[in-house]
Design a binder for this molecule. Structure first.
Ligand SMILES: [Zn+2]
Ligand SMILES: [Zn+2]
Length: 221
C-alpha cells in the first residue's frame, strides 16, 4: 500500500483512523510518495516513515527541501497581490508548524514509470506550484492524484497564488492534466472529482485566457 502525501502534523490521528477503516496498519505501507514539499503535504512524513518503515520518494527538486537542505519554493513577494500575501500570512499562522524534515530514499524523475510499485502507475511532472511538484497517474484505471495542481473546493480552481512561485508554469501544468484527461482527479484540497468533464474543459479555457493576457501584457511592455 502506498501513501501519497502526509498531511499537516496534527492530522496524524486522522491518517491513522483512515488506515484502520481500510483495515490497514502502519506496517502495511510499502512507500510514501510526496507530491511536493509544502507543510500541509509533508507534516508527518518523518513520523510515518518511522512508524511504517516505508521509504519516502519525492521528485528530485523537492527532495533537498524535505531533507532540510533548501527552503520551500516561494513566490517573489513583489509579484503577489496584497490579498494573497495576507492569505499566506493567515494560513501560516493557522498551520503554525515547523517544516518537517527527514530522509528521502529515492529522487523521482520527471515522468518516470512506477510500474514496479503499482502496475501502470507513473509520475507526471506538474511544476509551477512548486518546481518539483508531481502527480501520480494510473493509466489503466484513469485516475490521477494531482496534489495542488488545482484545488477542488467550490469547483475547480487555480492553486493559491500566494504559494505558487511560477503561475505560468502552473497554468501549463493544468493544461497537461486536461490533455491527460483522467477519469478521476484526486487533489490535495477538496473531494476527488468524477466525472472530470466539463470542469477540466472549463479550466483549460481559463488557462488559455490567462496565458493570452500574460502574452498581451508582455507585448505591451
Ligand atoms: Zn501546495
Ligand atoms: Zn496544499
Amino acid at each position: 500500500m502506498v501513501l501519497v502525501d502526509a498531511g499537516i502534523q496534527r492530522s496524524l490521528p486522522q491518517i491513522e483512523r483512515s488506515l484502520k477503516q481500510a483495515r490497514l496498519a502502519w506496517r502495511d505501507l510499502t512507500h510514501i510518495f510526496i507530491t511536493h514539499a509544502h507543510p500541509d503535504h509533508v507534516g508527518n512524513f518523518p513520523e510515518i516513515a518511522r512508524l511504517s518503515g516505508a521509504p519516502v520518494w519525492a521528485h528530485r527538486l523537492e527532495a533537498p527541501i524535505l531533507r532540510g537542505q533548501k527552503p520551500v519554493w516561494r513566490p517573489n513577494p513583489k509579484s503577489i497581490r496584497w490579498v494573497d500575501r495576507w492569505l499566506e500570512q493567515s494560513i501560516a499562522t493557522l498551520i503554525r508548524e515547523p517544516q518537517a524534515t527527514g530522509a528521502v530514499e529515492r529522487e523521482l524523475q520527471e515522468d518516470e514509470p512506477l510500474s514496479h510499485v503499482v502496475p501502470d502507475l507513473r509520475v507526471v511532472h506538474l511544476p509551477g506550484h512548486s518546481a518539483g511538484h508531481i502527480g501520480f497517474y494510473h493509466q489503466l484505471e484513469g485516475w490521477l492524484i494531482g496534489g495542488d495542481v488545482m484545488m477542488n473546493l467550490a469547483g475547480l480552481s487555480f492553486p493559491m497564488a500566494a504559494f505558487t512561485p511560477d503561475p505560468a508554469e502552473a497554468w501549463r501544468s493544468i493544461l497537461r492534466v486536461t490533455t491527460i484527461q483522467p477519469q478521476i482527479l484526486a487533489l490535495g484540497h477538496g473531494r476527488p472529482l468524477h466525472p472530470t468533464e466539463p470542469a477540466l474543459r472549463r479550466m483549460a479555457r481559463r488557462v488559455q485566457r490567462e496565458l493570452q493576457r500574460m502574452q498581451a501584457s508582455q507585448n505591451a511592455s
